[in-house]
Design a protein around this ligand. Structure first.
Ligand SMILES: [Zn+2]
Length: 344
């Protein structure tokens, strides 16, 4: 019987299950239960400095938006139909989707990693491939020129990706924009592209192979600059002693690049204002070639909860837990039975 299994598997839930004839069960206020997944609270707290900065710089609406992000989290407590294992899955949250929100950025990265892995697995099922990691830069610009600089970057990449030298070597790509470097001086932005390239397995022996000096040459030509831009190209391999496959390494490599919040919040008010204004509606990810057919980057931002449907079929929901943000933590407010266990 399911009730018994829950008791055996996880004592914490047994009180609730005993009373499951009640549809909803309000948690006793003296018995404060804090969300065991600390990451939600960590990201929520990391937003504090961002909220202060947004307020100081006159972005009151954005500040309110971030304050109200993920104030309520609903988890689905589920049991595996075969193994009886219990798990907690995020089911609903009021995410703010503000570009630089720490919580939303974390959820976006989870989505991105999953979608990239899915797409690459599909590609690998069709043919053996290798991965390269390409970084394309332009010279730093003042913060108020960020938007134009990004436009130039994207235009140059589009140009380059249409050339025969690129098309005959590269099967597909995923491109992520980053606007600040680790050592970007105050008053400047360093927009650059991190590009994950998919190449045929025989790329290194092929006559289409593009060596580093050639990458520099074609990137300069695409940018139409009189200076030599910095270009980095490297193969992606599993790191020694790493449990990750080359594919997983590739995905984590590219997904980890997003704007680092402390770096952004550390800007002067003037630069911060420029960056927030100039990145309005800016797109940070795009795909090309065979990756475009396998993956929809628009969806990454769309749904920050994203339960994978295939996996859900094996799990049945027992009840919901609703946590609310209060005094710097997520406190359990309510448990709701979603099915009557006694009828099983
Ligand atoms: Zn948010």
């Amino acid at each position: 019987m399911i009730t018994k299994n829950i008791d055996n598997n996880n004592k914490k839930y047994s009180n609730f299950v005993d009373k499951n004839e009640n549809i909803s069960y309000n948690v006793n206020k003296n018995d404060i239960q804090i969300l065991p997944e600390t990451k939600h609270a960590e990201h929520k707290l990391q937003n504090n400095n961002l909220i202060i900065k947004l307020n100081d710089c006159g972005f009151k609406n954005y500040a309110t938006q971030v304050i109200n992000c993920a104030t309520s989290l609903t988890f689905s407590i589920q049991q595996h139909l075969e193994t009886q294992e219990l798990r907690r899955r995020l089911k609903y949250a009021n995410f703010c989707k503000f570009r630089f929100c720490s919580t939303c950025g974390w959820r976006r990265n989870i989505n991105l990693t999953r979608e990239l892995l899915k797409a690459f697995l599909m590609i690998e099922a069709e043919r053996p491939v290798k991965y390269l990691f390409l970084t394309l830069t332009i010279r730093n610009r003042p913060t108020n020129e960020l938007k134009n600089a990004v436009k130039e970057l994207n235009k140059a990449f589009e140009r380059m990706s249409k050339w025969k030298v690129f098309k005959s070597a590269i099967l597909g790509h995923f491109k992520a924009l980053e606007i600040l470097g680790d050592n970007t001086p105050s008053g400047e932005v360093h927009p650059h592209l991190h590009v994950l390239l998919v190449v045929p397995n025989a790329y290194y022996k092929s006559r289409n192979y593009i060596k580093q000096s050639k990458w520099v040459e074609i990137w300069q030509k695409a940018l139409r600059t009189d200076y030599t831009p910095i270009v980095d190209i490297r193969p992606i391999r599993s790191k020694p002693n790493s449990k990750l496959s080359p594919l997983q390494s590739a995905v984590f490599e590219v997904a980890k690049y997003s704007t680092k919040l402390p770096k952004l919040v550390g800007q002067t008010d003037k630069d911060f204002k420029n960056i927030i204004k100039q990145t309005h509606k800016m797109r940070f990810y795009s795909t090309g070639g065979i990756l475009k057919e396998k993956m929809n980057v628009e969806l990454i931002d769309d749904d920050l909860i994203a339960l994978s449907e295939e996996q859900e079929a094996l799990w049945q929901e027992l009840f919901e837990e609703i946590y609310q943000w209060q005094n710097g933590n997520y406190i359990l407010r309510e448990k709701i039975a979603t099915r009557n266990l006694e009828n099983d």
